[in-house]
Design a protein. Structure first.
Length: 246
């Protein structure tokens, strides 16, 4: 299966909202907080351009307004074109002034996450990481712990999105493991950093998320600058294709 990754920055957003469907404009008007409004607009702009590029559609404001991103009962995003469900699955994420959309064929279970490499407290690790994952973070050199901790958390977020559960499911029920892309060794190896490669953009590195009594996922991660990009999918996908559109 092919998964496509599409990003847009806040600087790409137009001032007006004529590219939003009428009901989307109503929803936006009901948001009280400026940051929430800005994040939501950027997510919708990114998703609509991703779908338009993926399906080779026009991306003029009227065409984008006919392409609506609606939340399912679970909260997961669904795509409709002129009120007809589109043959795609999408997952959204945003961090800072950048939003990402992963897109795959209809029916795929898909989750993506865009994360900054930033410090995480011991309390955070205890709330969201298993004891084994906490041990892995503790074993790596101090300078790399933020990257590894955020990478594990990001992979969990992807799996919870793919399951359409979010934080309704305990993140510690999703266990993240990594392979080095060569030997297939997992993080139970005696040398953790030997199996979590240093980032070499634009390489995608493999990962796996095992979800207790639920669907397990294969996925990929990549780091460029301070951003981690992470995704999981079922059926299993090739490394995501980075797509751009002016």
């Amino acid at each position: 299966m092919v998964v496509v990754w599409f990003e847009q920055a806040a600087a790409n957003l137009p001032a007006g909202n004529d590219w939003l469907a009428a009901c989307e404009q109503e929803r936006l008007a009901g948001m009280r907080f400026p940051k929430r409004r800005a994040d939501w607009r950027l997510g919708r702009w990114t998703a609509k351009h991703a779908v338009a590029a993926y399906l080779k559609l026009d991306c003029s404001p009227p065409a984008l307004a006919a392409l609506e991103i609606r939340p399912a009962a679970s909260g997961a995003p669904q795509v409709f074109i002129e009120d007809v469900p589109a043959a795609v699955s999408i997952s959204l994420s945003h961090r800072g002034d950048v939003a990402a959309c992963a897109i795959a064929p209809s029916g795929a279970m898909l989750g993506c996450d865009l994360e900054l490499v930033e410090p995480r407290s011991d309390a955070f690790l205890g709330d969201y990481l298993t004891l084994e994952e906490q041990h892995l973070v503790a074993q790596v050199p101090a300078a790399d712990r933020s990257r590894v901790a955020n990478l594990i958390w990001s992979a969990k977020e992807c799996a919870l999105k793919a399951l359409a559960m979010g934080l309704r499911l305990d993140p510690r029920s999703a266990v993240v493991t990594f392979t080095d892309g060569l030997s297939g060794s997992n993080h139970n190896s005696a040398s953790p950093m030997a199996v979590i490669p240093q980032p070499q953009a634009p390489t995608w590195h493999p990962l796996r998320v095992v979800c207790a009594a639920r669907q397990n996922f294969e996925g990929w991660w990549q780091q460029t600058d301070c951003f981690l990009r992470t995704m999981v999918a079922f059926p299993t996908s090739e490394p995501p294709l980075i797509m751009t559109r002016n």
